[in-house]
Write a protein that binds this ligand. Structure first.
Ligand code: NAD
Ligand code: UGA
Length: 474
């Protein structure tokens, strides 16, 4: 079994950065170099002021302070890092194709393919190439083909490669804990020695019984399946939330009652505005595409309904806001609390806040947006610059369909007709609604899509409350 001294990670994103930080902390004798073609991102990872790292994750900053420039390096020297490494983790993004065959569903493997070509060109000796990105089943075959073609006709500089699948199961916001205490580590491969070399790194802190070894295709498919099952649970509970609202049930009570059944379990039963994040939609879309590709249209239809329900949830919430505000939002001020796709991350990819904000802007509402970690630039990227009024701090009388970013909760809620809570940040749980009620324009509404508002407190105010899946308040 090879002794690993140097690891290279290609991709310094939400997976590459935190994952390598934890490996560096747990394996101090291994040198880890994280590279990225985005030089700006590398610069940000190297910021002296660690509060400005490109990824916000609780606990990450402390680890970076301890390991950066000791055994963890962020660099744009891709060639150097590849040629020094015995193991290379591929942690690049795998978005959905936006054009051509399979557009909107199939994975775009251009980043993975270009990584494989770089590895093929610069690697030396024997290299273990680890798929950490989430990939369609049988991608390892493509990577192997590219890697092995680099050896053809070059007998002097013979290189060998072993490709492993080692999907990442971390969730944003809890990434550090997920990495330090994983439910399991999955390694798929054909070459026993390489599997054990990789397993040995994890064994620094993960008990061996939690390290599952499978064949390559089971490993690749397990990752897509895990995300599909998780997303399916959210669509299922959101569908029942709508049911509760009409029939007088309460989704929290229903979740608790069904979650007590050990076969169902308590996790992932929180109704919400619809799942966001960079992966659920993309991974299920990929599963749908593959199902059709392999001649399984019924399977494709089954999984596509999970996405359909999720899209419907965002639309349903947008429509009911319009209805409750007398059928028109033109010129009304609405506070948006939370733009990240979940709490404890600065990531906005596929956040329900994007679609719901766009729907409200389209209806002519003026939005005051607050999020403790999402920067204004990021919101501009998601909503477009056209409706952004960067200069104003308050709306003018004839404004319609524009948004401004606010820094404090109090200034966000001043004079608004309604508040839409979209991310479950803990600071929003502590809002004193009795005090805020005096700042709002009445009749005022709270739309609580995360079930974080205390109903009894609201009863003491003259604010109207709509709570997700709560048939009593709605
Ligand atoms: P990301 O977009 O945050 O980061 C990917 C990085 O790869 C980018 O910085 C990009 O510049 C870089 N990159 C792309 N091509 C490159 C190349 N050829 N050379 C060098 N750098 C290159 O993506 P992410 O959220 O970290 O996700 C990465 C993969 O992990 C995806 O496949 C995703 O599905 C999977 N995943 C993500 C999460 C998550 O929570 N975000 C969790 C588990 C798995
Ligand atoms: C998800 C999975 O949980 C990870 O295991 C996986 O590694 C990752 O995708 C990935 O492959 O990218 P992530 O998207 O970071 O992680 O976060 P989740 O906690 O899964 O939340 C996803 C979305 O579902 C969020 O918008 C969240 O608010 C929503 N959600 C989650 C609910 O609406 N209800 C719940 O009960 C749980």
């Amino acid at each position: 079994m090879n002794l690993i001294k140097n690891i290279c990670c290609i991709g310094a994103g939400y997976v590459g950065g935190p994952t390598m930080a934890v490996i560096a902390e747990k394996c101090p004798e291994i040198i880890i170099t994280v590279v990225d073609k985005n030089i700006n991102r590398i610069t940000q990872w190297n910021y002296k002021d660690t509060s400005k790292l490109p990824v916000f994750e609780p606990g990450l900053e402390e680890i970076i302070k301890n390991v950066r420039d000791k055994n963890l390096f962020f660099s744009s020297d891709i060639e150097g890092a590849i040629s020094n490494a015995e193991i290379i983790f591929l942690c690049v993004n795998t978005p959905i194709k936006d054009k051509g065959f399979g557009a909107g569903q199939a994975s775009d493997l251009k980043f993975i393919e270009s990584c494989a070509r770089q590895v093929a060109q610069f690697a030396k000796g024997h290299t273990i190439v680890v798929e950490k990105s989430t990939l369609p089943v049988r991608t390892a075959e493509t990577i192997s083909t590219i890697l092995n073609s680099s050896q053809e006709g070059d007998l002097l500089n013979s290189k060998t490669f072993s490709v492993l699948s080692n999907p990442e199961f971390l969730a944003e916001g809890t990434a550090i804990n997920d990495l330090k205490n994983p439910d399991r580590v999955l390694i798929g491969g054909e070459d026993h020695e390489s599997i054990e070399t990789l397993a040995r790194i994890y064994k620094y802190w993960v008990p061996d019984e939690k390290i599952i070894r499978t064949n390559l295709w089971s490993s690749e498919l397990s990752k897509l399946t895990a995300n599909a099952f998780l997303a399916q649970r959210i669509s299922s509970i959101n569908s029942i939330a709508a049911f509760c609202e009409i029939t007088g049930g309460n989704i929290k009570e229903v979740s608790k009652a069904i979650g007590c059944d050990s076969r169902i379990g308590t996790d992932f039963l929180n109704a919400g505005p619809g799942f966001g994040g960079s992966c659920f939609k993309k991974d299920i879309s990929n599963l749908v595409y593959l199902s059709n590709y392999f001649g399984l249209p019924e399977v494709a239809e089954y999984w596509s309904s999970v996405i359909k329900l999720n899209e419907w949830q965002k639309l349903r919430i947008s429509k009911l806001i319009v209805e409750k505000l007398f059928g028109t939002l033109r010129g009304k001020s609405i506070a948006i609390l939370g733009f990240a796709f979940k709490a404890n991350t600065n990531d906005t990819r596929q956040s329900a806040s994007i679609d719901i904000s766009k729907n409200l802007l389209n209806e002519g509402a003026n939005l005051l947006i607050h999020d403790p970690k999402v920067q204004e630039d990021q919101i501009i990227k998601e909503l477009g610059s056209k409706t952004h009024n960067e200069k104003a701090d308050e709306f003018k009388i004839d404004d319609e369909g524009v948004w401004i970013k606010k820094k404090t909760i109090e200034s966000t809620l001043k004079n608004v007709d309604a508040v839409v809570i979209l991310t479950e940040w803990s600071i929003y749980k502590k809002i004193n609604w009795t005090k805020i009620s005096k700042l709002m324009r009445h009749p005022a509404w709270i739309f609580d899509t995360r079930s974080i508002v205390d109903k009894n407190e609201i009863k003491k105010t003259n604010i109207n409350l709509w709570g997700i899946g709560d048939g009593y308040t709605n």
